[in-house]
Design a protein around this ligand. Structure first.
Ligand SMILES: Cc1cc2nc3c(=O)[nH]c(=O)nc-3n(C[C@H](O)[C@H](O)[C@H](O)COP(=O)(O)OP(=O)(O)OC[C@H]3O[C@@H](n4cnc5c(N)ncnc54)[C@H](O)[C@@H]3O)c2cc1C
Ligand code: FES
Length: 309
């Protein structure tokens, strides 16, 4: 084995799950590191990322979504957007990839014991959020946390990832699950109508005044608006959120209106990266390397580095 940190270890595809279809499909891959001696190095923590190479094409960065384990298993959910992700989407069980990592800091889950947990995922942003809610909901850890709420939205029902898992989560009585799909658009923007049967439109002008019939947990709206419908209570609570920067901005504003402090809101940044280990300067904001000092930051930390956020 070489000491060159840029040389990946090889891993084999053990399982491929098509999570979402549409123009930008999402597939979850379960890889197992080939060399058993490398398994301890891949014992990751929630929030860390891996760099996956498709041989002959290139490398890309992905949040590790699997529960931390000692068996050399790394799962990532990949949205097909360009060269590397398109090639990864062609992988089948038994194919080989390269993996570097796990890299970056992690969510301070031990500091959150005793808190109520609110998870908010928009689009593929659900992927890093999943690594933390899986941690909190795991039978070993669930007793250490208070109420758990998951708020998740995608463009359409078929764009929602982890559909089987969502059914299981919906059946749990120790989790409050809320889902949304985007508004239909007309020539003047969102139409304000339900986008699908069973997904009623919220009160578009005043989301917080939406009437929520008993048992109704699916709506037509954007994720930040669903946050205003659900109104998560900031008392003794932590939010973990991830999504496109514009969604994070509006989610943070919605939480602010509900009385949340920036120190209670954790997110993970997805700046473009190359080396993943603080050497190349591709990902930095000011003096901070997102790959090394992050990708997990509180809203308070992000506001200091990006004042307009
Ligand atoms: C810490 C971190 C975690 C990430 N986790 C995930 C994940 O769990 N699942 C997932 O699907 N993707 C994730 N991404 C984004 C993923 O790395 C990029 O989508 C991927 O590298 C694109 O590679 P490509 O060769 O297919 O696309 P390219 O051919 O390089 O580009 C295709 C399109 O994607 C855009 N793009 C490329 N990289 C990024 C980026 N970092 N952010 C936003 N747009 C980008 C390009 O501008 C272009 O429009 C993460 C990124 C980071 C930095
Ligand atoms: S990706 Fe190279 S310094 Fe962060």
């Amino acid at each position: 084995m070489t000491d060159n940190v840029y040389v990946p270890v090889t891993a084999t595809v053990e399982k491929v799950t098509l999570e979402a279809g549409g123009a930008r499909p999402i597939r979850t891959f379960r890889f197992r590191i080939d060399d058993e001696k490398e398994w301890p190095k891949f014992h990751h923590k929630p929030g860390q990322f891996a760099i996956i190479s498709h041989f002959g094409t290139g490398e890309s960065v992905f949040a590790i979504t699997s529960y931390p384990n000692s068996e050399g298993i790394i799962e990532v959910s990949v949205m097909r957007v360009g060269n590397v992700t398109a090639k990864l989407h062609e992988l089948e069980v038994g194919d080989k990839v390269g993996i570097r990592g796990p890299y970056g800091n992690d969510f301070p889950v031990d500091d959150w014991k005793g808190k109520n947990m609110i998870f908010i995922g928009a689009g593929i942003g659900i992927s890093p959020v999943r690594s933390v809610y899986q941690w909190v909901l795991n039978e070993e850890n669930r007793k250490d946390f208070g109420d758990v709420t998951l708020i998740y939205g995608a463009r359409t029902p078929s764009d929602l990832a982890y559909k089987e898992e969502i059914k299981e989560l919906e059946a749990r009585d120790d989790l409050d699950l809320w889902l949304c799909i985007d508004w239909k658009f007309g020539p003047n923007g969102p139409t304000g109508e339900s986008a699908e049967d069973g997904w009623p439109a919220i009160n578009m002008q005043s989301p917080g005044e939406t009437e929520v019939p008993d048992g109704q947990n699916r709506f037509t709206c954007f994720v930040p608006q669903l946050v205003e419908v659900v109104k998560p209570d900031p008392k003794d609570a932590i939010v973990v959120t991830c999504g496109p920067p514009i969604a994070i901005k509006y989610i943070t504003e919605a939480l602010d209106r509900l009385g949340w402090q920036p120190e209670q809101i954790y997110t993970t940044l997805e700046n473009r990266m190359k080396c993943g280990i603080g050497k190349c300067g591709r990902c930095n904001i000011g003096e901070l390397y997102i790959c090394k000092h992050g990708p997990v930051f509180t809203s308070a930390e992000i506001c200091k580095m990006v004042p307009e956020f």
